[in-house]
Design a protein around this ligand. Structure first.
Ligand SMILES: [Fe+2]
Ligand SMILES: [Fe+2]
Length: 297
């Protein structure tokens, strides 16, 4: 009889995640793991799809839990959505190039299956930066000027992280970063898109990026493909992917929170400085909506 798969990973911040093929997930402190025998040393066995999901989503939940007490939940405003679109552009524009860089490295390392996975992902992500630009233009914004002159502070750290992960000698962590971003995006639902539509002028569709990076777009398939692929990786790789998913979740939670906590007047000032002209954002009727950026419990 084969025993059900149990996987475990120790992440930074003093926690270990233990996940079973049955779908159960536990969080332990490293001290508790050290006392409990089997989880005191890194796992070495094969993975399974369900236990891999448990580890990856457990890592995201742990990362976001660190900011739980300071979590910003402001009503979304049009300036906030424009800032989010600029952030979306920056987290997308270099993705194919970065993924191909990591793919080439795995080619050199004799790992054709990782190369093929990363090349597929690079293909699928190509052109997503243009969706954000189109949305900005649809809102009457000088899209090219805004993205050329402005990277929201909270997004800079994410972009830097992905750049450096893809340039590592063993860039497996890039998969953890991508999983984190895509999993969070896939949580967005039709109702979130509808709320954004209420912010846009009548007849304007500025939700191309959001729709494609939501539970209604290709993101769901990307997430499923990544889980299936990670489950086939050797234990050492799965550990690194989960550890990076956690690190990316921490950076993302702090970065998003930082942006969400900014006063609207500050956002408008930053946008107008980048545009080099008044954008009329302060004069629009205030219609607000709230999008939940939290990962599922
Ligand atoms: Fe994308
Ligand atoms: Fe994607």
């Amino acid at each position: 009889m084969t025993r059900p798969v149990t996987e475990w990973v120790e992440v930074n911040g003093g926690a270990s995640i233990i996940a079973r093929e049955s779908g159960e997930v536990w969080f332990y402190t490293q001290d508790e793991c050290k006392e409990s025998g089997p989880f005191a040393t890194p796992m070495t066995g094969a993975g399974s799809v369900r236990s891999t999901v448990g580890l990856l989503d457990g890592a995201i939940n742990l990362g976001f839990a660190r900011i739980q007490e300071n979590l910003a939940t402001p009503a979304l405003s049009l300036p906030g959505y424009i800032v989010a679109l600029i952030g979306a552009y920056h987290t997308s524009v270099d993705t194919p190039r970065n993924l191909l860089r990591a793919a080439r490295r795995f080619q050199q390392l004799g790992r054709p299956e990782v190369t093929a996975y990363l090349e597929d992902r690079a293909r699928e992500e190509t052109g997503h930066d243009r969706l954000a630009l189109k949305d900005l233009r649809a809102l009457g914004m000088p899209a090219e000027r805004l993205v050329a002159n402005y990277i929201p502070e909270g997004i800079k750290s994410l972009c830097r992280r992905f750049d450096s992960l893809c340039a590592e000698d063993y860039p497996i962590g890039s998969i953890g970063y991508s999983y984190c971003l895509e999993r969070i995006a896939a949580l967005k639902q039709e109702s979130d898109i509808a709320k954004v539509r209420t912010l846009c002028p009548a007849g304007v569709d500025a939700t191309r990026f959001l729709r494609s990076h939501s539970g209604l777009g290709s993101e769901v398939t990307h997430v499923e493909e990544t889980i299936a692929f990670v489950a086939t990786l050797p234990a050492d790789d799965r550990i690194k992917v989960v550890q990076e998913t956690y690190e990316s979740a921490v950076i993302m939670a702090e970065g998003y929170n930082r942006e969400l906590l900014r006063p609207e007047a500050e956002m408008i000032a930053a946008l107008e400085e980048a545009a080099g002209e008044p954008l009329g954002l302060g004069m629009l009727p205030v219609r607000t909506a709230h999008i939940d950026t939290q990962p599922a419990a």
